[in-house]
Design a protein around this ligand. Structure first.
Ligand code: B3K
Ligand code: ZN
Length: 869
């Protein structure tokens, strides 16, 4: 990719559009290879310019008319079309043709299993017609869809249906009108034959909304949970945020070929079927919870994203960080707050911290972008949500909601910036967020190094906090951030000590704003145990020299479950690190009695929720542990994690066995209590199968399971412990489900994670399984993605064969679906984390990719950043 390397865009270069489009009237005559699109736009000049540049990619122009007259004064460019010598206000008619069936990138208009569907965010609309494809151009859309009536009985688009009828030669049409002006990325069209689940919802103010979920024929019995989740979302947004739905219909279409989770198109969400379809035979509890979260997320976008959208794509976190915050709150209000928080924090501490330390490090509001699709990242989404959460922590719920209200008063119906959001929060609360704004522009993960000192005589306790953010590839200079630091102190009996600073009673959330800051608490009668960064009050690493006893103490006495869990994780972290050194020096993995007893205490604590206990007993992932090191010793970390699992399994086998038996349930329900019981029971199973006496349990569970959660738990146990019957149950599952790709994804993922020595051969063989296809993103992510991301020992095998395999797959996907390729490449970008031999092998693959003639800009951006590092 030497000639004309793709160019970056910079946030600082934002310019408002030269023209706007107020109304657009679209007509689609659908055809697999020759869909005709007619776009009639009302265009207004905004700046002094008689030239209009429209975006367009891979489309065939038929004709251009201005005010009803054919127009020849234009040039087609690499990026679209430039129209010259235009009047200041005019009607533009463009006719063009596109080929949905050859669109394997799944952006723009494409075909998923015979149904037409669209994906326009971020810049897919330009693959449909020439347009001002940018989020700050908001138009009213009218869309007429024409297709064969038998094959495509349902013709859908945004807004309300305003006309329909039959046409010649077996065709029919439907016209939709969306009254809300919107950017092109929220446009959607779907045409196909589906089963439909219908329900309705009446909003607080009495608007009657029809709810429709479209699924592939035969899947109606898997759509209920999505509908329940949608209704719960609508109710929750009214109750917690005072926000109501604003159209008469809300449609969701589930498709099998989709690059990401789902898309919030106005009134017509398109979903990856993974986040819609579920019944107890096909989906796990985790799938059910995922559906609830994603249905909520897309619904919440109707206000935070659609009613107020982004001025430019650098502002993506404005809608995504905020909407993730909202969906996390939704899941927490409906389910277990502590378990939700634990899982969200795991994502930040694992993959988000890793991203922030990688060549792709960027602030939540990026400064420089080559391919926008590369920035739908954990940083923009998850860290973005943490930034919103910190504002929520600093302001409190009431002031935060006042900020939301002001934000909507100021920006409803417009395209806004992150700055607009922070200003609204600041103005509504009166709280100064000047320094806080740095979270939007500074990348990287801060480390808080804390030391303490107790003064017996003065009865004071001082915490000295140092904050440091290491340079990242995108940014060398870092400043001190405003960090909400939530602290609680416990006396030796486990009682909470009231916090007094400078003679006044203070709350738990302290403001850290300096590089070094000492906080002195008064009236502390004995040396306390501090619980810090409670609820993970900021996305930072915490470094404090806790003793084992202090951590074990917090596991018992900390008042909130998150802090208990966190203490347990810190205790494990200490022994994972020390055991890595042991293993590197040829010694065995060991755990002191105190650690075992601390975890035994958690299991036996009857006051704790089952779901929470299950989280507390879960070890950190390899990827999270890898993040603790500059250079990670793959084999040693894998040995230690396995070794600790075996030690805990052996030491606590009686407790695990007892729980495994008492937690059995005969009926499957998705009540949170039932989910918690299954979660803990299946956690016990994961440990128990490593003890000879209980090694048969997973097979027994597989044979008797009456739901997918238990089936999958049995298979996971057999897979990760390499049990003798693993192959039998894998074969049995494949025979039962090979007709259903979505259900087979679970099986493919296990093949990818298989710890066996021949895992790579196996993965290659799985690619010829009848249910596998590299053109389906879900299949690819399940099999290949899990091998690259969740099978460290085999992927990072010294032979370099894992890397070579990744290179081959990426070369193929670069041509067919660059967006999927670009997600998959992430583990290779972090080559600097491995020893020199592995580094060289990974680099070799990256260089091969860089030299491809047709390297897509998605991969170009990542590969070049990695090789620059
Ligand atoms: N807004 C979409 C993501 C679009 C991704 C484009 N590559 C889904 C979501 O965040 O809700
Ligand atoms: Zn979103």
């Amino acid at each position: 990719m030497t000639e004309s390397a793709p160019k970056a865009k910079y946030r600082s270069d934002y310019q408002s559009p030269s023209h706007t489009i107020t109304d657009v009237n679209l007509t689609f005559d659908l055809h697999e290879t020759a869909t005709k699109v007619v776009a009639v736009s009302q265009v207004k000049q905004l700046a002094q310019s008689s030239t209009l540049s429209l975006d367009g990619e891979g489309i065939e122009l038929i004709s251009v008319d201005i005010n009803g007259v054919s127009w020849n004064d234009y040039v087609i460019t690499d990026a679209g079309i430039e129209l010259h010598n235009l009047p200041s206000e005019f009607e533009l008619k463009i006719e063009n043709q596109i080929s949905p069936s050859t669109n394997t990138a799944l952006e723009g208009l494409y075909i998923s299993d015979g149904a037409y569907c669209t994906q326009c965010e971020a810049e897919g609309f330009r693959r449909i017609t020439y347009f001002l494809d940018r989020p700050d151009v908001l138009a009213k859309y009218t869309t007429k869809v024409i297709a064969d009536k038998d094959a495509f009985p349902f013709l859908l688009s945004n807004g309300n249906k305003v006309a329909e009828g039959n046409l010649e030669s077996g065709k029919h049409f439907v016209t939709w009108e969306d009254p809300h002006p919107k950017p092109s990325y929220l446009f959607a069209l779907v045409a196909g034959d589906f089963d439909v689940l219908r329900d309705s919802y009446t909003t607080r103010s009495g608007r009657h909304v029809a709810l429709e979920i479209f699924v592939d024929k035969g899947n109606l019995n898997r759509a209920n949970h999505a509908m329940v989740s949608l209704i719960n979302s609508m109710k929750w947004d009214e109750e917690r945020f005072g926000l109501e739905y604003d159209l008469d219909i809300y449609m969701i279409v589930a498709v099998d070929f989709f690059n990401m989770g789902a898309m919030e198109n106005k009134g017509l969400n398109v979903f990856n079927s993974k986040f819609v379809l579920a019944n107890e035979q096909t989906a796990t509890d985790t799938d059910y919870l995922g559906i609830e979260a994603v249905i909520g997320h897309e619904y919440f976008h109707n206000w935070t994203g659609n009613r107020v959208t982004c001025r430019d794509w650098f502002q993506l976190s404005l809608k995504e960080g905020l909407t993730v915050f909202r969906d996390q709150e939704f899941s927490s209000d409906l389910g277990s707050r502590s378990v939700n928080r634990i899982n969200n924090v795991r994502i930040i501490r694992g993959p988000q911290f890793a991203e922030d330390a990688s060549p792709m490090s960027h602030p939540i509001r990026p400064e420089k972008v080559i391919e926008m699709n590369n920035f739908y990242t954990l940083t923009v989404y998850e860290k973005g949500s943490e930034v919103i959460r910190m504002m929520h922590t600093l302001l409190g719920e009431a002031k935060f909601q006042a900020g939301m209200k002001l934000y909507f008063e100021r920006h409803d119906g417009t395209a806004a910036t992150c700055e607009d959001f922070v200003s609204a929060m600041e103005d509504a609360s009166g709280i100064d967020l000047k320094q806080f704004r740095l979270w939007y522009s500074q990348s990287g993960t801060p480390t808080l190094t804390v030391t303490d000192h107790y003064d017996e005589v003065a009865k004071t306790y001082t915490l000295t906090v140092n904050q440091e953010t290491k340079a990242t590839q995108d940014q060398s200079d870092k400043q001190a951030l405003h960090i909400p630091f939530d602290v609680e102190l416990y006396d030796e009996h486990g009682k909470i000590i009231e916090l007094h600073c400078n003679g006044v009673r203070v709350g738990n959330v302290l403001n850290i704003t300096e590089s070094e800051q000492a906080i002195t608490f008064e009236q502390v009668n004995s040396k306390p145990v501090p619980s810090m960064l409670r609820e993970f009050s900021a996305p930072v690493r915490l470094d404090f020299n806790y003793s084992d006893e202090q951590l074990a103490f917090l596991m018992v006495h900390a008042q909130n479950e998150f802090a208990k869990w966190d203490a347990g994780q810190m205790l494990l972290a200490k022994y994972i690190k020390s055991n890595v050194v042991s293993v590197q020096n040829g010694r065995a993995v060991e755990l002191p009695e105190l650690v075992i007893d601390a975890f035994r205490g958690v299991i036996l604590n009857e006051k704790l929720d089952h779901a929470f206990i299950s989280e507390a007993l879960s070890l950190p992932s390899f990827n999270e542990v890898a993040g603790w090191y500059d250079i990670v010793d793959v084999d040693a970390v894998c040995d230690v994690l396995k070794g600790i699992k075996l030690l805990i399994a052996n030491a606590l086998q009686d407790e695990f066995a007892a729980l495994y038996h008492t937690l059995a349930q005969f009926e499957y329900t998705i009540e949170h209590n039932a989910i918690g019981k299954r979660s803990l029971r299946n956690l016990c199973l994961q440990y128990l199968v490593n003890v000879n006496e209980y090694a048969h349990l997973a097979e027994k569970q597989y044979q008797s399971a009456n739901n997918m959660t238990d089936t999958m738990a049995a298979m996971t146990a057999a897979n990760s412990a390499a049990l003798s019957y693993r192959q039998n149950i894998m074969d049995d599952y494949s025979e039962k489900w090979s007709h259903d790709g979505l259900v087979m994804d679970k099986w493919f993922a296990l093949q990818g994670m298989n710890p066996a020595e021949d895992a790579l051969e196996n993965v290659k063989n799985c690619m010829s399984h009848c249910a596998f296809s590299l053109s389906n993103p879900n299949r690819t992510r399940s099999l290949i993605g899990s091998f690259l991301n969740m099978n460290p020992r085999r992927f990072h095998d010294k032979s370099g064969q894992g890397y070579e395999f990744a290179g081959e797959i990426l070369t193929k996907l670069n041509e067919s679906n660059p967006q999927v390729a670009s997600r998959l490449i992430d583990p290779l970008l972090k080559f600097k984390k491995y020893d020199v031999e592995r580094q060289a092998l990974i680099k070799q693959e990256l260089e091969k990719l860089r030299n491809l003639d047709n390297l897509a800009k998605d991969l170009f951006e990542k590969v070049s950043k990695a090789l620059e590092s």
